[in-house]
Design a protein around this ligand. Structure first.
Ligand code: NAD
Ligand code: UDP
Length: 316
């Protein structure tokens, strides 16, 4: 008898998590989505509730969880600076206690477990582009540290569980990802600029806008996460997943204004503390070992995201 794979997605009601749940269901798996809805809403996964292979549970990963699963994607963690800085102590607890609890669960049921790590482990990088060998440049006492150091410690825990308990682990370092179901008020640059453009409000460019980011469309990212989970057990990472095409934030602002046909003006605001000056993934490893590369160009992804936000913001 064929036993269907049962997959746990923590933070599954979030932006990336909801797309991941959808993609796993499309592949025929059973999905258990757990979330405490700290930065998301049930609405993100409401369309999945009628699927008998989908189960939604309210749970906080800082508390232990006893379920029987074959694979775990650990995504639970607020991801945007305004969300993770609102309660920084809780952010560190979510990354660290959350990792300990989910690794403990994986050890008990011998599940394979994937950690959604981040390019933030590289901090404000001194090498460019960032490859997985780079150890990073993180300020341990700055306002981004609760997130960056929490994620770094989670990586340490994953690798120690692998060495000490022979656990099957996978660590993905995700770079800036965008798309439908991003939180409209999460302060991240893509959602901010689109919402401002749609409302005709000033586009808030922090600093002089010369800092760079590389934006990956969510469908591409989810494809990379699943490829990594399903790769050989020897491929544990860390492995960068992101789109290597780099833009300045000013270029992004101009693109959003052009694509929305907005009348918004671009206004300069102070640069937040420890804001990385540049960020671009080296994805050689993902290309070589996962045969993965992003397919969706920025303009195409932005148009889909604009469509989503337009539906959220009916005209006054
Ligand atoms: P998101 O905020 O939309 O999703 C995070 C989800 O985790 C939310 O549904 C939230 O309610 C849930 N959550 C938070 N604390 C929890 C807790 N204690 N217990 C249970 N659930 C909890 O953000 P996202 O962009 O979808 O990010 C998902 C993951 O990917 C995060 O771990 C994030 O660090 C990582 N990541 C995202 C990006 C990006 O650009 N979006 C980049 C790098 C890494
Ligand atoms: N940013 C901006 N205006 C905004 C929001 C963000 O200029 O309204 C800048 C921010 O300073 C950073 C970049 O856009 O340089 C990306 O910010 P985001 O918070 O999306 O993610 P980060 O990559 O910094 O975690």
């Amino acid at each position: 008898m064929h036993i269907r794979k049962r997959i746990l997605v923590t933070g599954g009601a979030g932006f990336i998590g909801s797309h991941l749940c959808e993609a796993l269901l499309d592949r025929g798996y059973e999905v258990l989505c757990i979330d405490n809805f700290y930065t998301s809403a049930r609405a993100n996964v409401e369309h999945l509730l009628s699927n008998s292979r989908f189960e939604l549970m309210r749970h906080d990963v800082t508390f232990p969880l006893y379920v029987e699963v074959d694979e775990i994607y650990n995504l639970a963690c607020p991801a945007s600076p305004i969300h993770y800085q609102r309660d920084p102590v809780q952010t560190t607890k979510t990354s660290v206690h959350g990792a300990i609890n989910m690794l403990g669960l994986a050890k008990r049921v011998r599940a394979k477990i994937l950690q959604a790590s981040t390019s933030e482990v590289y901090g404000d990088p001194e090498i460019h582009p960032q490859s997985e060998e780079y150890w990073g440049n993180v300020n341990p006492i700055g306002t981004r540290a609760c997130y960056d150091e929490g994620k770094r410690c989670a990586e340490t825990l994953f690798f120690d569980y692998n060495r000490q308990h022979d656990l099957r682990i996978k660590v993905a370092r995700i770079f800036n990802t965008y798309g439908p179901r991003m939180h409209p008020n999460d302060g991240r640059v893509v959602s901010n600029f689109i919402m401002q453009a749609l409302k005709g409000a000033p586009i808030t460019l922090y600093g002089d806008g010369s800092q760079t980011r590389s934006f990956c469309y969510v469908d591409d990212l989810v494809d990379g996460l699943i490829r990594l989970m399903e790769s050989a057990d020897t491929l544990i990472g860390p492995i960068n997943l992101g789109n290597p095409v780099e833009f300045t934030i000013r270029e992004l602002a101009q693109k959003v204004v052009a694509l929305t046909g907005s009348t918004s003006a671009i206004e300069m605001r102070p640069l937040p503390q420890d804001d990385p000056k540049q960020r671009q993934p080296d994805i050689t490893k993902a290309r070589t070992h996962l045969q993965w590369k992003p397919k969706v160009p920025l303009e195409q992804g932005l148009l889909k995201t604009i469509e989503y936000f337009t539906a959220l913001t009916p005209p006054d």
